[in-house]
Write a protein that binds this ligand. Structure first.
Ligand code: HEC
Ligand code: HEC
Length: 362
């Protein structure tokens, strides 16, 4: 059952993600939106990223106008870096829900403005392939890293003049193809060289695979890949008491800090990862079951416990997919104890809460 669902997920990705991706860009940038975005940029970002978006004004903040960054922007990578920041680096979170000065709309506009101002067209991308793993020899990749990358990115990926490549928030949700693109093309007008001209294609794969292997912690020797739990065994902490989520915001939302607290307290619940399964594979909250927003509703409803166990759904959008799943769980399934993670998994990861990687091929 699980196998079939996952294969369907990959199959449907082709048709659904293209639409989802453009929807995630939000409406087009209006002239007023552009004026406000430029103002926000100068007020909040120029200090580190430079008045002309050239980067490295402070804290070695990357360029926000390099072609290879802007063209490869998977819809969420740039936007959510701005929204939630990258915990452990000087890049803070700017969205109001984590105490920042910008609304989600401001951030969508800022992202569009960065690309339009730099006159960069996004690459035609096959989103189905976009989240695929890049296979490589991790041990050889470690060697490539030591020889070519350490001076700027640090022996532990902590970042020196280059960004913190070992940052879990960055790695957990940055697709392999985004990393590889930066390595091959470099970042124009910055110290990041284009290794496409220097390293063999297989060494670029190897170093990408090495970085990916650090995504749940730089010093872990091997990364345990989780397989989706079998049908009917979705409950986390089956012996635990019910979680105390307090009053849900808007009758639906639980914050990352409260969810983390209740998971640590080993409360009984089900976690649903409502993104495409390839994203569950990159990083997910431990114990979460991949039930994509386009899953067969009857099948999903039949697979969930009927004893009042809390069900928490999350996505990266940061709420749209999980909202839609919880809506049908409530309306069609009659599940009352349901909630949505307010910050989504991007927020969860960027705020420093733990994730594990999965293997959806099993
Ligand atoms: C205090 C300095 C500072 C400020 C202010 C700041 N940033 Fe950053 N930003 C950084 C640093 C440092 C990084 C790299 C973090 C890392 O090592 O991963 C970064 C990373 C980013 C990235 C990821 C780029 C990439 O190459 O993956 C984006 C996008 C970004 N910042 C946008 C913004 C925007 C937009 C603002 C204003 C709303 C802003 N930043 C404000 C320091 C800053
Ligand atoms: C001479 C310094 C330097 C070297 C050597 C270098 N980098 Fe970088 N790298 C940077 C800088 C600086 C950035 C940020 C780009 C910018 O300023 O816009 C960066 C960015 C990146 C990014 C994008 C990260 C993000 O957050 O978006 C990746 C991936 C990366 N480097 C990988 C590598 C790998 C792998 C190697 C070795 C094969 C390497 N780099 C070697 C300086 C370097």
């Amino acid at each position: 059952m699980t196998h079939r669902r996952l294969r369907t997920a990959v199959f449907l990705l082709a048709s659904l993600s293209a639409g989802a991706a453009s929807a995630q860009q939000g409406p087009a940038l209006t002239p007023e939106g552009a004026v406000k975005a430029e103002h926000n940029y100068q007020q909040y970002c120029a200090l580190c990223h430079g008045k002309e978006r050239e980067g490295h004004a402070n804290d070695h903040a990357p360029s926000l106008r390099s072609k290879s960054l802007l063209e490869s922007g998977f819809p969420m990578t740039i936007r959510e870096a701005i929204a939630y920041g990258r915990q452990g680096t000087p890049m803070g979170g700017y969205i109001d829900e984590v105490g920042g000065p910008l609304t989600r709309r401001d951030i969508v506009d800022l992202t569009l403005w960065l690309r339009e101002t730099a006159k960069v067209e996004p690459l035609e991308m096959d989103y189905r392939k976009g989240h695929d793993r890049i296979a490589g020899d991790v041990a050889r990749g470690a060697q490539v890293y030591r020889q070519n990358c350490v001076t700027c990115h640090g022996p532990e990926g902590e970042g020196v003049t280059g960004t913190a490549l070992g940052n879990a928030a960055m790695l957990a949700l940055t697709p392999d193809h985004f990393l590889r693109h930066a390595i091959v093309e470099g970042r124009q007008e910055t110290p990041m060289p284009a290794f496409g001209k220097v390293l063999s294609a297989s060494d670029i794969d190897n170093v990408t695979a090495f970085l990916r292997s650090r995504s749940t912690g730089w010093s872990t020797a091997t990364r345990a890949l989780r397989t989706p739990p079998p049908l009917g065994q979705y409950v986390i902490n089956p012996q635990g008491a019910a979680p105390d989520f307090g009053e849900l915001k808007d009758g639906r939302y639980v914050s990352a800090s409260v969810l983390d607290r209740e998971l640590r307290a080993q409360r009984r619940m089900v976690l649903l990862d409502t993104r495409v399964a390839s994203m569950w594979q990159m990083a997910h909250i431990e114990g979460a079951v991949p039930v994509p927003y386009y899953a067969n509703r009857e099948e999903a409803i039949a697979s969930l416990p009927r004893d009042g166990t809390w069900i928490v759904a999350y996505c990266e959008c940061p709420r749209a997919a999980a909202d839609s799943v919880v809506k049908w769980l409530r309306e069609e399934g009659g599940f009352e104890n349901t909630a949505v993670l307010h910050e989504g998994i991007q927020g969860w990861v960027s705020l420093g809460y733990p994730v594990v990687a999965g293997d959806a091929s099993k």
